[in-house]
Design a protein around this ligand. Structure first.
Ligand SMILES: Cc1ncc(COP(=O)(O)O)c(C=O)c1O
Length: 409
C-alpha cells in the first residue's frame, strides 16, 4: 500500500529551498511508466523529452527496475580501490560495441568529457611535443564544468565564467577548411558531436566527419566524439558516428547509458589508452548500482532491437512532423535523424508551443525561441506517435488561434 501524498505547493517550496538554476515548466512529476509520466494532480503526459535523451527505455522499464532492485539489495557501492564485477561486465559490453575500446566510468556527460580532455592532453604531452589545445565546434555543447564550458561553442554559456581554462577554441561546424586553418602545433585534439544536440539537432556532414578523421591521422591529433546525446541508439545506429563510416579515438557517453541512473563513460582505443594509476579517478564512477542499470539497459536495447526501432519510428515521426509543417505556417523544416528531431519555429513561438503542448499532455522542449526538440524514448510505437501527433496538432491549433497566426489549411 502506498502512503497518500501530502498536498504541498511544490513550486513554492522549490523556490524557497532550491537554487534558481532552472527555468522549469510548471509541473511536478511523481510517476512514470513507459513513455508516459503523471504529475502530482494525476494528469498523464506523453514524454517526448525523456529526461533530455536519458530515458531511452522509457520510464521504469521492468529490466532496469529489476536490475536496480537486485543490485541495491546486493552491493550498492564499493570504492574503485577494489574490483567490482558489474563495472568490468559493463566495460566488456562497451568493448563489444566499440570494437574493443577500454572504458572509464564517471557520473555525467561533462565528467566523461573532462576525462577525454585529460586523456588528449596526456597524448599531447607524450606524443605531440606538449600540445594541449582542443578545437571544438561552434554551436556545440559539452557540459557545465569549467573545461567543458570552455569547449562548448555557445557564447551565452561562457560569458559569466570568464576567464575560462586555457587551451580551447571553436571553429564553425562542418567547415573542414576552418578546422585545418585553426590547427597549430599547440593543437592536440578535435572534439565534436556527430549530431549536435543542444545546438539545435544538426547532423555533421559526411565530408566533414570523414575529413576530420583523415586530418587527425595526418596531423597526429586525437579525434574525440561526444556521443552523450546522440549515442545509445538514438540516431538509429548505436553510435551517431556509425552513420559516417568513421571511428574516433575517444568516445564519451552518458545520458541514456543506464536508462536514467546517473553514469558517464569515456572509451578509448589503443592509440590513446594512456592513463596509468593516479592519472584520473572518481569516487562514484562505475559503482555497482549504476553499472547494473547500464547492463540492463544495454541488454534490453539489444533484445528489443531498439536501435532499429529508433530508425523506423524516427522516420514515422518525421512524416507526422512534415504533415504538421504543411498545416501550420509557423513551423517548418523538420530535421534530424532517428529519434533526435527538431522543427524550426517562426515568430519566436517555440516556448508558447511547449507551454500549449504541456496543457495537451505532451512534453516537448525548446532550444531558444526558434527550435523545438524531440528526443523521446526508443521504445516508441506507431500508436504512441499517432497519439503524440494528435496532441501536438491540438497544441499548434491553440497557438495559432492565440497568436492570430493563420494556419494554412
Ligand atoms: C553532447 C553533450 N555532451 C555533454 C553533455 C553534458 O552532460 P551532463 O549534463 O550529463 O554533464 C550534454 C548534455 O546535454 C550533451 O548534450
Amino acid at each position: 500500500m502506498t502512503t497518500p501524498m501530502l498536498k504541498r505547493d511544490w513550486i513554492a517550496l522549490e523556490q524557497k529551498y532550491y537554487q534558481a538554476t532552472f527555468k522549469r515548466q510548471p509541473v511536478t512529476f511523481i510517476r512514470g511508466q513507459g513513455i508516459r509520466v503523471w504529475d502530482a494532480e494525476g494528469r498523464e503526459y506523453l514524454d517526448f523529452v525523456a529526461g533530455i535523451a536519458v530515458n531511452v527505455l522509457g520510464h521504469c522499464h521492468p529490466a532496469v527496475v529489476q536490475a536496480v532492485q537486485e543490485q541495491a539489495a546486493q552491493l550498492i557501492h564499493v570504492s574503485n580501490l577494489y574490483y567490482n564485477t558489474r563495472q568490468i561486465e559493463l566495460a566488456e559490453q562497451l568493448a563489444l560495441l566499440s570494437g574493443g575500446m577500454r572504458s572509464f566510468f564517471s557520473n555525467s556527460g561533462a565528467e566523461a568529457n573532462e576525462g577525454a580532455i585529460k586523456l588528449a592532453r596526456k597524448f599531447g604531452r607524450l606524443h605531440r611535443n606538449g600540445a594541449y589545445e582542443i578545437i571544438s565546434m561552434e554551436r556545440s555543447f559539452h557540459g557545465r564544468t569549467l573545461a567543458t564550458t570552455a569547449a562548448t561553442g555557445q557564447a551565452h554559456y561562457q560569458e559569466t565564467w570568464k576567464p575560462l581554462p586555457d587551451g580551447f577554441k571553436q571553429v564553425p561546424f562542418n567547415d573542414l577548411d576552418a578546422l585545418k586553418a585553426a590547427t597549430s602545433e599547440k593543437t592536440v585534439g578535435i572534439l565534436l558531436e556527430s549530431v549536435q544536440g543542444e545546438g539545435g539537432i544538426w547532423p555533421a556532414t559526411r565530408e566533414f566527419l570523414q575529413g576530420v578523421r583523415r586530418w587527425c591521422d595526418e596531423q597526429n591529433l586525437v579525434m574525440i566524439c561526444d556521443e552523450v546525446q546522440a549515442g545509445m541508439g538514438r540516431t538509429g545506429k548505436f553510435f551517431g558516428f556509425e552513420h559516417y563510416g568513421v571511428m574516433p579515438d575517444i568516445i564519451t557517453l552518458a545520458k541514456g547509458l543506464a536508462g536514467g541512473v546517473p553514469i558517464g563513460a569515456m572509451l578509448t582505443g589503443r592509440r590513446t589508452d594512456l592513463f596509468v594509476p593516479g592519472d584520473h579517478g572518481s569516487t562514484f564512477g562505475g559503482n555497482p548500482l549504476a553499472c547494473a542499470a547500464a547492463l540492463a539497459t544495454l541488454k534490453t536495447i539489444q533484445e528489443e532491437r531498439l536501435v532499429e526501432n529508433a530508425a523506423r519510428m524516427g522516420e514515422y515521426w518525421h512524416e507526422k512532423l512534415q504533415a504538421l509543417c504543411q498545416k501550420y505556417d509557423f513551423i517548418a523544416n523538420p530535421r534530424g535523424i532517428g529519434l533526435m528531431r527538431a522543427v524550426e519555429v517562426k515568430y519566436d513561438l517555440a516556448p508558447a508551443i511547449v507551454d500549449q503542448a504541456l496543457k495537451h499532455g505532451l512534453l516537448l522542449n525548446n532550444l531558444g525561441n526558434a527550435t523545438l526538440r524531440m528526443v523521446p524514448p526508443l521504445i516508441l510505437t506507431r500508436a504512441d506517435i499517432d497519439e503524440a501527433a494528435q496532441r501536438l496538432d491540438r497544441a499548434l491549433e491553440d497557438v495559432s488561434l492565440q497568436r492570430g497566426v493563420a494556419a494554412q489549411s
